[in-house]
Structures are given as structure tokens and as C-alpha cells.
Write a protein that binds this ligand. Structure first.
Ligand code: SF4
Length: 307
């Protein structure tokens, strides 16, 4: 299917004089030389879902027969990274797992860019809201606090080589850039706006995570328009928690699917995630203010150091 879609999309963009980019997310268990060559040939930006050290990966991502996927997947990842070194890793943190342990394991495999995120409420249990997510955000909070000090120390030392690598794994990187460039987010992401999820039936959902959930289906590719008016208004204007939140312009209102899974409504943010986002903003502000006041006289200089 990916081959057919890629071929068709490339043909169509030529016909209508537009451009197209391809992205995919994979658990990499079925990768082989042919698929890696295809990814490389079509310049497909790839994210691999992989949760870090063997014991965590095997516990969180096992095959249907119960066997862990670490040993099968790692050699394939190494081949992929050899051909496509810019491949991203995305790890899910559950329970009390130390995020640094996960980051280090992924860097050791050969990834340069690593993102870690707490397990989403929408992923726990078979039904949304049935089980609360098993997530303890203490480890991520601690990691961000350490990162703030690392940013300050290495920016003061003008260690650009270190910072170039560090920004690819840092939880504060986007927050710092937003502060340095005064960027304000009014939506958490493009779900239902400039991004949708399309099922093989042609039904259109808010995003790929909602596929199959009829309450979040604004229409179909066969309709002349989509019914998505209610998603056009920024959550920052009508969600009570967000209207007065100090992190609102950095967050934009929280992932709709996580909100639904944790609190039962796409417009009801979960407290623990809000706590994490507020700390992220506080720490980013702390770093940028300190550097601006004491070491970096203008925002352009910050940009140079962060590049
Ligand atoms: S952190 Fe929570 S309350 Fe604040 S804007 Fe984001 S979702 Fe809304």
C-alpha cells in the first residue's frame, strides 16, 4: 500500500505542480533491505516506536505470542540507521521508568534524535477511560530540571558541538525556541484542522489516532465538505483550565486523544500532563531569561547558540 500511495502521490503532485513530503511511523519489526531501500529512495521521514533497554522494550512491545521484540528489531534498526541516519526514535515512558535510561539505550543503538513521552491515557486499557494511565511524571520533571542546568552551562561555555547533539534529545528544546522567538501556539496540533486521519473506507477522522471512532468523524473523502466547525476555535479561548493557564501559549490545549483517554472529553486536559507542560514553560523561561540577562544580549544570539 505504501508503494502504491507513494507512486500515486508523486504522479499527482507533478500533474498539479505541487510538492509532497512523506512521513511514516513504524515499530520496525518487519523492516528488511527492500523496505529500507524504499524509505531511502523516496526520502520518507521515519519515526521508530521503540522503548529503550531490552527489558522495557520486551515488556512494552511484545509479539502476539508473548515474545519480546528487542532482539528481532535492533539489527534491523542498525541497518536502517546506516542508510537513514536521521531516523527519529520515539519512546513511551510508563510507570516509574527513568527517562534517562531510555534515552541512553536509544542513543547507544545509534539514534541521534530521541523523543520520550509519557504513556497516553488513550493507550491504556482496551476502552478509553476504562483504566487510568500508569504514568509517573516525576522522572520527566527531574530530567527537564537537569536539562535546564545543562543548557545554561554549555551555552555559557559556547559549546556549540555539544548543544547541537543535546538539542536532538532535549525536552526543553522547543520551549526554548518558542521563548527565544516569541512564538505563540493557539492549538495543540493540527488535528481536525490542517491534519486529518483517513481510513481505508474513505472516512475522515480528527487524526490517525481517532480512526474508527465515529463520534470524531467529521465526514468522508466523498463528502463535499467536512463538519469540523467546533474544532476551529482555539481551546485557549473556551476551555476554563486553559484560559488562565501560564503554559497556554506553549501548549495550545493538550492532545485531544490524550484528553479524551484521560478525562473523557477532547477539550478536558489531564492534570498531570498540564503540570508537566507548566514546568516545561517555567524552565524554558528560566533558561532564556538567565542567558538573555547575563550572557546573551539579544535573541539573535540565542538563536545562534541553539542552532
Ligand atoms: S497545560 Fe493544560 S491547562 Fe494549560 S493550556 Fe495546556 S492543556 Fe490547557
Amino acid at each position: 500500500m505504501m508503494k502504491a500511495v507513494t507512486k500515486y502521490a508523486k504522479k499527482r503532485v507533478r500533474e498539479v505542480n505541487k510538492a509532497v513530503d512523506f512521513y511514516t511511523t513504524t515499530n520496525a519489526t518487519l523492516l528488511d533491505d527492500e523496505k529500507i531501500a524504499f524509505i531511502k529512495e523516496h526520502d520518507i521521514s521515519t519515526t521508530v516506536s521503540f522503548d529503550g533497554p531490552r527489558e522495557i522494550q520486551d515488556a512494552q512491545r511484545s509479539f502476539a505470542n508473548g515474545k519480546g521484540s528487542y532482539d528481532v528489531t535492533v539489527p534491523k534498526l542498525k541497518k536502517l540507521l546506516e542508510k537513514c541516519p536521521g531516523t527519529l526514535a520515539h519512546a513511551v515512558i510508563t510507570g516509574h521508568t527513568d527517562p534517562r535510561l531510555v534515552q541512553n539505550a536509544l542513543l547507544e543503538i545509534g539514534f541521534m534524535e530521541v523523543g520520550v513521552a509519557p504513556v497516553s491515557g488513550s493507550l491504556s486499557g482496551n476502552n478509553l477511560m476504562e483504566t487510568k494511565p500508569d504514568r509517573d511524571l516525576g522522572g520527566l520533571l527531574k530530567l527537564m530540571e537537569q536539562e535546564a542546568e545543562t543548557w545554561i552551562k554549555h551555552t555559557k561555555n559556547k559549546d556549540s558541538q555539544f548543544l547541537k547533539r543535546f538539542m536532538l534529545t532535549s525536552q526543553l528544546h522547543h520551549g526554548l525556541l518558542s521563548f527565544a522567538h516569541n512564538v505563540k501556539k493557539r492549538y495543540p496540533c493540527g488535528a481536525g484542522l490542517r491534519m486529518v486521519g483517513v481510513a481505508c473506507t474513505g472516512d475522515v477522522y480528527l487524526c490517525h489516532r481517532f480512526v474508527g471512532m465515529d463520534a470524531y468523524k467529521p465526514g468522508s473523502v466523498f463528502d463535499s465538505d467536512l463538519d469540523r466547525e467546533k474544532y476551529h476555535q482555539s481551546p485557549l479561548t473556551f476551555v476554563e483550565e486553559c484560559r488562565k493557564c501560564s503554559a497556554r501559549y506553549s501548549c495550545g490545549g493538550g492532545c485531544k486523544h490524550d484528553n479524551l483517554g484521560s478525562c473523557g472529553s477532547v477539550f478536558k486536559p489531564s492534570e498531570d500532563m498540564c503540570c508537566l507542560r507548566r514546568r516545561q514553560v517555567e524552565l524554558s523561561a528560566y533558561v532564556v531569561c538567565l542567558l538573555k540577562l547575563k550572557y546573551v544580549p539579544d535573541p539573535d544570539r540565542v538563536r545562534i547558540f541553539l542552532k
